[in-house]
Structure formats: structure tokens, C-alpha cells
Design a protein around this ligand. Sequence first.
Ligand code: SAM
Length: 279
Amino acid sequence: MATPIGNLGDLSPRALEALRGADAVLCEDTRLTGALLARHGVSAPLLPLHDHNEDDQTPRVLARLRGGQRLSLVSDAGTPLVSDPGYRLVRAAIAAGLAVGAVPGPNAAVMALTLSGLPPQPFLFLGFLPPRGGPRAAALAGVRAAERAGLSATLVFYEAPHRLAEALSALAEAFGGERPAAVARELTKRFEEVRRGGLAELAAHYGTEAARGEVVVVVGPAPEEATGEAELDARLREAMAAGLSVRDAAAAVAEATGLPRRQVYARALEAGRARGGGG
Ligand code: SAM
């Protein structure tokens, strides 16, 4: 069940009822969840469930469920499973035919999306980017290749505040500094802030003013690529001028741009017909 991402008033009555009725509560940090329960006068036993013990705990948890116990799963904040533990347990419970329910509630990604001023659907939630530069650039190149192949979605990332500036620079590098974006900070808390602007502008801002607290980055969808087609044609012309056949030129350009080979080949044929040539 979901718990607050900052504002304790966001624990829903139904979540509280489920906590009160639970034989035990599975949680990441027993101290943190213990404090939440104590605040509401709930005294259910706590069982730790985190990334490192989830596989070990799963059979024990399934045995309790089979024995008729009601267990609640919470994470430190927000909706469990979403960049938090619980997926492997839920998957195992479903596979075992056990009843699984959810009490919906706060989630930083969806809240940031709703405040970003960027198109809410389709959106692609990517969780945390790899923390180191090389793997992060590779992950972003993969997303950019998907965009070149037709993906048009608002992108949502979680990020640690001390990495925000470099992550925004990497995003600007991958998607262009003009791409509209938003940084949502400290949602539901006293210093909640949403800063909207181009990726380069946001990178410059957080390069000089370090972000504090918790952060979600939302990046707008790739613009309609009129330029994409022009760029594609230019690359195809160049490859064919270098002596490649239409098929080989399409293969080379597909490789370079990450676009599907079939799409590039179709475009090459189309451009050839428009010029009065053939396939
Ligand atoms: N399961 C949680 C959810 O439903 O949002 C997310 C857990 S993830 C381990 C923690 C990350 O979520 C933070 O690093 C930050 O990116 C984002 N986050 C959580 N609370 C937030 C808040 N109040 N404001 C902004 N971002 C938040």
C-alpha cells in the first residue's frame, strides 16, 4: 500500500485501515515505518523486506499468506515496487495464486508529471538513471534511438539531488538543450518547488545552485521530426554518393541512427522515386 512521500496527511483512511488489520507489515526501514505506525497508534509486527533479502523472505511470506495471514507491504515512501522493493514478492504471490490487492496513493513520478506542464500521456517512467557517466550516456542513447524510431512520450526520471546537475547536462546532451523539461523537488513538503525550462537552462541553474531534497525530472517528448526526415535523406544521399547501393546505404544509415532498417529502406526508395530514379 502507498504511504506519504512527505506530507503525513497523505496516508489514506483505507491505507490506515489495512495497516490496522494487518497481521504483520513488510517494510524497508523498520524504524521509519515503526514511527509512521506509532503516530497512528498501530502496533502490527514489522518484517524487513528490502532489495537484499527479498528473495530470502519471499517463501516465508508466501507461507504466512497460505496460512491465512493478512500482510501489508509498504516502502519508505510512496508506492511500493515503483523504484522500491516488492516486485519479486508480488510476482511470486501472483504465481502462487494468492490474493494480492493494492491501496493506491502517493507516487512522486505521477505527481511530478501532473505538475510538469508537459503532455501527461503517453509517458515513460524510467526510474533512476545509472549513476556513472558512461552507463548513463549509454542508457540515454538507447532512449534517443527509440525516439528516432518513433517513440514520442514524456519521460520521467528519479534522481539524487547531488547528481541532478550532471544528470541534466547528460539529458541536454542526449535530447538537446532546448527540450522542455521540469524539475519537481520536495513534493508535498514545505519547500515544494517545480522549475520548468529547457534542459540546458535547468542544467545551468542547478549547476550553480545545488538542489536539496528529493527530485523528479520530467522531460517533454521529442518534437515532431521534420528535421529527422531531412537528416535521414541527407545521410542516405551521402551514403549513396559514396558508392553504396540503396540497400547497403539504408543498412548503414539504420545502424547509425538507430532507426529500423525497414523504415530507412522505405524512405530511401521513396526519395529515389521522388527524384525520378528507381529502387
Ligand atoms: N516508491 C516511491 C514513489 O512512489 O514515488 C519512490 C521511491 S524512490 C527509492 C525515491 C525517489 O523518488 C527519490 O530519489 C526521488 O527521485 C523520488 N521522490 C520521492 N519522494 C519525493 C518527493 N517528495 N519529491 C520529489 N521526489 C520524490
